[in-house]
Design a protein around this ligand. Structure first.
Ligand code: SF4
Length: 313
């Protein structure tokens, strides 16, 4: 804890007692870097300062505030979570946090330890790396047996009076010193107790066996135009860019008229996006917006970027 107190990251939600600000930070940072997520966190708090404000905000406003963060399903879950909390009150403890939409085991543990002071380890890929190295755990980390071992090992390490700070210290250690490659063991505050450092196996931990399959997919979009206005449709909930507005997708691929082809990478998908001047066979546009209005309607940031970058469209 001494290392954390002196060298931990200074993040504005740390040392706050406000559960709304802390919950918001955890949801925003689920798949986002701190430097990118920070401005979104500040903006959410400025525009919607309480969970009740968030719960009663229109969906389009949430999408607009979230625009650019990606993984848009999180914005839906954040909104649903806020409605649940606004009606039932703040959860107390790990099991109760798990009931909130959008909160998985890692975030529930982080929130229970930070907000409620519950002694529960927050285990994501970073924490698994740190703990598997300290214990020099040599079995594949994805198995139920490995997860049970790391959970019990981490539970024994947690600071009983400062579990939230301890979980955050492990995150900071993973980010600053116990990095996937070339960990800085000579600067590490736990080097004396780290079995992988002693065995020279730090970079071999954690042991991984599975690799995620990347799906390749082609998507075809028409570009309905009425002067400066572009016709957009809302995408189905649950798929790519869930619930956001994009150009309409074409059911059949036109033989010609391609304006632009772009590659785009999502976490487990390689997308090739084709844009066409016509949109026959697609859904009728639901709204018509100028380029300047796109951002406010929760259009995927990638679309805003491309269509701004290619003004001839
Ligand atoms: S000593 Fe090295 S491998 Fe062990 S926890 Fe510290 S940085 Fe990670």
């Amino acid at each position: 804890m001494q290392w954390y107190d002196q060298s931990g990251r200074h993040l504005p939600w740390r040392n706050l007692r406000n559960p709304y600000a802390i919950w918001l930070s955890e949801v925003i940072l689920q798949q986002t870097r701190v430097d990118q997520g920070l401005k979104y966190w500040e903006r959410f708090l400025e525009v919607l300062p309480t969970v009740e404000d968030l719960a009663s905000a229109p969906e389009s406003q949430i999408k607009g505030l979230w625009s650019g963060l990606g993984y848009y399903r999180r914005a839906d879950l954040l909104h649903r979570g806020s409605k649940q909390i606004a009606s039932t009150g703040w959860p107390k403890g790990y099991a109760a946090w798990l009931e909130v939409p959008g909160i998985g085991p890692y975030t529930a543990a982080a929130l229970a330890s930070i907000v409620d002071g519950e002694v529960v380890p927050a285990l994501d890929g970073n924490a698994y790396r740190v703990y598997s190295r300290i214990a020099d755990w040599s079995e594949p980390i994805e198995t139920a047996r490995s997860k049970a071992f790391i959970n019990s090992f981490a539970l024994n390490q947690l600071h009983p009076k400062r579990p939230g700070d301890f979980n955050q210290a492990v995150m900071d250690l993973a980010q600053a010193l116990c990095t996937p490659k070339k960990p800085k063991c000579s600067e590490c505050p736990v080097q004396e107790m780290c079995a992988a450092r002693r065995a020279g196996s730090a970079e071999l931990r954690p042991v991984k066996t599975r690799t995620l399959k990347v799906i390749e997919q082609d998507l075809h979009f028409g570009i309905p135009r009425r002067g400066p206005l572009f016709g957009l449709v809302r995408r189905p909930v649950g798929g790519i860019w869930s619930g956001l507005y994009t150009l309409p997708e074409l059911a059949t691929v036109p033989a010609e008229g391609t304006l632009l082809v772009l590659d785009h990478r999502l976490s487990h998908r390689k997308l090739r996006l084709h844009f066409y001047s016509e949109f026959e066979g697609s859904s009728e546009p639901e709204i018509w917006l100028t380029r300047e209005e796109w951002n406010a309607h929760g259009m995927p940031q990638a679309f805003v970027h491309w269509l701004t970058k290619f003004p001839y469209i």
